[in-house]
Design a protein around this ligand. Sequence first.
Ligand SMILES: [Zn+2]
Length: 611
Amino acid sequence: MRPAPSPPGALSSIQTPVSDFAQTVKQQADIVKVIEGYIRLRKSGAQNYSGLCPFHKEKSPSFSVHAVRQFYHCFGCQASGDVFSFVGKIESVSFPESVRIVAQKMGIPLPKREFSSPEEAAEARQRTKLLELHETATAWFEEQLRGPEGAIAREYLTSRGLDPKGIKEFRIGYAPDSFNALRDRLKGMADDQTLRASGLFSSKEQGDGTQGNLYDRFRKRVLFPIANESGRVIAFTARTLETGEKAGAKYINSPETPLYSKGQVLFNLDKARTAIRQFEFALLVEGQMDCISVFLRGIQNVIATSGTAFTEQQVAMLRRHTSNVVVNFDPDAAGSNAAEKSIALLTEEGFTIKIVTLDGGLDPDRFIRERGVEAYTAAIRDSRRQSDFLIERARQMFPGASADQKVKAMNYLLPHIRRMPEAQARAQFAADAAQKLGIDSAVLREELRQAALRRRDHVETRVTALTEVERVLLRALAISDPENEDARRLAAQALADQPAWFEHLGSYTALQALATRQARDPMEVVDDQAQRALLAEALLAEVKPPEASEVRGAIQEIQERSIEHRQRQLRSLIAEAERRGDFAELALLTQQKLELDRTLRQLHGHRPPKA
Ligand SMILES: [Zn+2]
């Protein structure tokens, strides 16, 4: 049902329930748990966790999560925010959608109205409907596989070494030889437009340019569901059981739909992610059948690219779980091409890669079925470093000891060497290549050396450092519990009364924003990136909020510093007035300086002022 159009001025009454609900979800959600669902986190302090940032490339963790204050901050790329902004960013969804996702993760029931615009509501409704259609279709295909018509498919699956347990685990199904069986099953669930958007159906363009009636896209094919990272089916791969001319393509896939984009899914990641983290590497194979076969024999950290080269989104998805990949691609030429592209991208993104080569040129599925899981595990254990693999490949492609062949082999290797982000790895690769290819020419050696030097390492820039007093004040102003309200009020009051004392602090903008923040979240009120980084730094180092006495001490120190600052100014003004012989000015400035000296002495408890 479409929500009624809102009268002018009714905006707030629509948005209030949204933010109320978001607030409830935020209070109940554990940001550490939610983020851990996407990336690995390690405890790094009393209340905080750190890990590799999912939003930029990095080798050492600069991404932090504060368990109590419920925010994340990356000191590398300055990504920052609360649980909703994290989910929104990583899943590329709108705010209402991320509220919904977090609520679902936490098992919080959704209210009737949770969207800020009718478009968003419609989009979310369509996604929900498309997921329902896919779920129903999956169950229906499974049912068809078990039925009499499915005999041909069952036979095929048995021949591929799949037993009923494996079939059930991967929810493999069968689309019967019919143009309308699935359509008839689903037509009561959604309108024509939604059915069309599902990608489960095809239609022919008519003479007048419109699309004709829908008919089943998948016919007489074995259906392998493709799930998103949460395990919901979003698309299918279908293998034909037809032979001869009628067969068409051996495999066809769902088209791109609002649910499914080929470059944004890693087959089996939903099932493999726990094992990937446990074993600290992912086994990457090309085909879905390879993946299923290997997984069902107990090697559960396996995922598949589905035959095409990796996209950046896929690399980013994988990075959330591991930065180690063992690649076992098909040995055939086409496979090697996509394999090389994927490996190149993974290398550029700083992954550590090892390559498995299977005896007899077998693909993983056949190898594990013919030789057994132990032989396969041994092959994974014997996987070679990527550099060794590439050098070996260069030697095979350009055999012989002639200078010409060596140049060719080197030209093949150089781009691979340059691609590696780490200088040490490049130097090692270059040295290995020189040695194994038997390169003795000084010119070639120099080229290798240059390739190893070429790439500049990423230098991380940090914002200005915080002083201890600033830390105390930032933490005091971020207080939200009534128990420590005194400390917060003291700091806010000082900032309001004596802004001049604070003006020269590096974190002045953040301090000011916090002092007037009212009930809002500390991290939310600071807009400036660099300022937010300072606040994050102070809060992440926090064990408990500061006491009122600490705040008083910090304010006093800042007052002293500001006086000292003014004293220095006065000293140079006095010297200037003396040079000019301006005695009236001199008397005035000296008077001011004496007053400051007195104040400072009082502050210091009658100690003489600092020089
Ligand atoms: Zn980052």
